[in-house]
Every structure is written in structure tokens, then in C-alpha cells.
Design a protein around this ligand. Sequence first.
Ligand code: NI
Length: 435
Amino acid sequence: MTPPPRAAHGTPDAAPSDASAAAPVRPSAVTVDSAVLAEARRLAPEAVALRRALHGGPELGLDLPGTQRLILDALDGLGLEIRTGRALSSVTATLAGAADGPTILLRADMDALPVAEDTGLPFASRTPGLMHACGHDAHMAMLVGAARLLAGRRAALAGRVVFMFQPGEEGEHGARHMIEEGVLEASGVRAGAAFALHVHPNMPAGALRLRPGPQMAASDRFRVLVRGRGGHASAPQTTCDPVPVACEIVLALQTAVTRGVAADDSAVLSVTRLTAGTASGVIPDSAELAGTLRTLAEPTRQRLHAAIARVARGVAAAHAATAEVTVTPGYPVTVNDAEFTDLVLRAGTSVLGAEAVDVLPAPLMTAEDFSYVIRAVPGALAFLGVCPPDVEPHEAPSLHSSRMVLDEDALAAGIACEAAVALAFLAGRGPEPVR
Ligand code: NI
């Protein structure tokens, strides 16, 4: 196993900051499996058409009947064993190879966002206020392409591939629901590995980026209700004013992060809402603040949960007020398995070429519920660059933007990469170079 390189804390494209950083895990030179890429390119027009159909009809949350229908239609005739979800409109499709072997799971998320599209695309969302602004339309189209490619190679496959189409990634814990409904055992044996791609418009089109260890953050919400005692604003001494208490809590929470988290660990705490009062002459009874916590290590996460409660209650108590603290856990840290990450880097290099594949130098503080899957089985999530042509990656509208667009030419790279990872894993090549 290769130890994870130290994070260079900077932009995703930043180079490791100094020579003391461990050498990045660069795949050794391998020959390009041009057949996989050529097949993916042949499937690309179909993938683009499916992506556009999905893009036009975005749906939210765990119940996506129109999206599910499009996926079922697209998988029809491939000879896959199909199951749909009970508590959510998921699709689980299993491809059985001609010979026995392990199972690998490939995942695409299906849901859109409550964003009013502003791209001007001819195939833009037909549903007012909803948009595939996180690229999940592309994820589904690529996974269908990979299913088609791998189904065409069934005779040469030893093992099974589970294609996991998952609703409810945007805050609804869809992956956890699918695990509860048995997606990890869908093939009859537990998946030995899992892989997912997430498009990224701020990375060059066709680039594959991932890192061993933490790749994305845990994301939790918190809320603090400060209770004091209101009264006339001219006589604060007769009240217990919750407003300055809430302000002190905001500052003290920042100190809890900077003094409580090691320099080579990462945590972000943002208070994003602060509300109190109704009139300039009235000291209110209470004040409320809320925000998000992002962390990259479970112990740090737990420590900061405790710190939020302790700091809020302690500051409030110092001023004879009280604080009610609620921390709502979101998705866990997305941790890529080091050995499987190496396989992805090698398989990706074999189809896309070394110049397209890189170790992501630092984790992103966004979150992903694929974390539930690769917490249960070894696996990895990788970013696929989809920066549109004629735009600098750092200037492209980001994921979740109403103007997010992607380079559809990169879909072939994604299909090739997903297929290559599955082929490499099923061939039992493990961490060995893919030749
Ligand atoms: Ni997403």
C-alpha cells in the first residue's frame, strides 16, 4: 500500500508545496488500451443524447420517476439484471460476466438541484426552478455508456459489475438508503470495490484527478439558539441581551477551529446565518445562529461537534444566558482506498494517457454521499474535468451555478475510464500495472 501524499493545502491544481511532501503516486508508463477509448468514443453520441434528455427533465430528491424511466429505457436490451428501489427511485443493474469472479460497483447519482437554469442551452431544463447544475445528468449518461461497453465484452469478463443509479445525493443520503436496500450485495456477493466519477468544470476537460485518503470533507450543520431576556433597548441592565452573546459565540467558534485543529489537518466552520430582534428599540429574548462544519478526519469532526456545544454554552453561561445547540450530521468524509486509487490511476492512464491523469494535491471541502459506499467497501471517487472549450478552468462557472456548462466531449473519457477501472479490477490486476 502506498501511503497517502501529504496534502498541499491550496487550490485543486496547486503543486505540492515543498520537496518534503511524499512523492505523488504517479502511475508507471503503461500502454494505452486504445480499444476501450475507441469503443467509448463510438458510444459518446448516444451518451450525449441521453445526457441532454436527462438535462431537460431534472427532478429533485429521492423520487425521480422520469429520470428512472429514462435510465431503464437506456439499459433495456443489454441483458442486465435490473432492480428498482423501494424507498427511492433507484436503479440497480447487474452485468454477469461469462466466468466467475469478484464484483465491482460503479455509481452515478441521479438528482438535480433547486436552481433556475441560466445557460441558454437549447436543451436546457424544461422545469422552472430545477437544473442539473451538479452534472449528475452526465454521470448517468457515462454510466449507461460504460454498461453498454462492458456488456459488449461480457464473454471476456470474469466477475460481475453492479451499476448503481442513485437518487438523493444532494443532501438526502440516497447512497445510505441504497446500501440499506442491499446494493452492495446486489450481484449475490458483496462488492469487492466501488468507483464513482464526479465531473468538475474547473478542471481541464478529460482530466482525471483523485488522491488516496481523504478526497472530500464531512459536512455537518449546526444551529445555536441563544436565550436571554428581552426588554427596553435604553435599559440593557434590566435585560439579558442575547445579541452580543451570539456575536461572541461566532468569534469564539472561529477560535475553536484555529486553536483546536492541527495545521496539517483541515476544518472549515462558517456561520452563515445570524438572526435576532424585531425593532431598534427592543432587546430581543433570543438570537439564533446557524452554519456548516467541514472536516477531513472523523476524530476532528467529533472533537469540533463537542467544541461547538461547549463554546456556545460556555459563552452564553458567562453572560447569564443559555444556548441550545443542535448539530445535524451530514455526509461522512470521502476517503479513497490507497490501493484502489492506485488501480484507478493506472487504469485511467492506460486509456486516457499519462498527461490526462494526476493525483489531486489536496482534498476539496465539498461533500459526497458516495462516502457511505466507500466506507463500507474499498473504493474511490475521482473527478473528471469537463471545463468547456475556450474557458480557463478557474473561470468556468462552478458546480451548482445556474450557468454551469460542461464539455460533452469529455463524456467519452469518463465512459472509457469507468470501463477501464472495472476491467482492471475484474482482471484481478489489483495494484499491478495495467498493460
Ligand atoms: Ni454532485
